[in-house]
Design a protein. Structure first.
Length: 249
């Protein structure tokens, strides 16, 4: 249980779902953790659940200024940073004719712009043996209807994995990605659908997964622990699909 002993870690979107489970797993493995979120209710709930195992702070993943504040908080709390899990994101789905510019920009601001400027802000803080893990998505690999904007944002993150590796590996910073398929998290509840419609969507998605089930946050968090640990020191610019085989059909 000491795979991350002494590691200093930052998890964005760390108050619910995959992020919260990863914060738990990091703490179990001996890491010191800072987790970010935006919703006051989930921020308070995460503080209660994680207790003194993590510092929970408010930050809007879409705002460049907030990324600088997070970097300063990391510097004040840890001095340096060993692990960054970029997990905060939004899954906004809809047919192309329903999109407007504001809705489009919101997805890209949260999922693409924020992560880029967070990495930039953290450059002076990263240790010389740091690991960045991006949370991608199976949607970057499949042509799922209504996911055009969401899939494009996740494809952008996966592009960061390759290009930022080229820029940062000389500083001792390696970049990798996990790309989940359907995972049982509160994310689907944020789609604004009626309960009956949500069940139909979930059933339809599950039918596309060869494993015939949704994944669990722990199954993703365990993969992030691997990328964060020294066990993956020679694993660079890689993507691990955790999708129950969904991308293979």
């Amino acid at each position: 249980m000491d795979r991350l002993k002494g590691k200093r870690a930052l998890i964005t979107g760390g108050t619910t779902g995959i992020g919260l489970e990863t914060a738990r797993r990091f703490a179990e493995e001996g890491a010191r953790v800072i987790a970010t979120g935006t919703n006051p209710k989930t921020l308070d709930a995460a503080k209660r659940e994680l207790g003194d195992r993590a510092t929970v702070i408010a930050s809007d993943a879409s705002k460049v200024a907030d990324q600088k504040k997070v970097a300063e908080a990391v510097k004040q709390e840890f001095g340096q940073l060993d692990v960054l899990f970029i997990n905060a994101g939004v899954a906004d789905l809809g047919p192309i004719e329903q999109w407007d510019e504001a809705r489009f920009d919101r997805s890209f601001n949260i999922n693409v712009k924020g992560p880029f400027f967070l990495v930039q802000a953290l450059l002076p803080v990263f240790s010389s043996n740091a690991s960045i893990v991006m949370n991608g998505s199976v949607n970057a690999h499949i042509g799922m209807p209504n996911s055009s904007v969401y899939a494009a944002t996740k494809a952008s993150l996966l592009s960061y994995v390759r290009t930022l590796t080229g820029e940062l590996i000389g500083r001792g910073i390696r970049v990798n990605a996990v790309s989940p398929g359907p995972i049982s998290t509160p994310l689907y509840g944020k789609l604004g659908l009626a309960e009956s419609d949500l069940k139909n969507v979930a059933s339809s998605i599950q039918g596309q997964v060869p494993a015939k089930r949704f994944g669990t946050p722990k199954e993703v968090a365990d993969a992030v622990v691997y990328f964060a640990s020294d066990e993956s020191a020679y694993t660079v610019a890689s993507e691990l699909l955790i999708d129950g085989g969904m991308s293979e059909i």
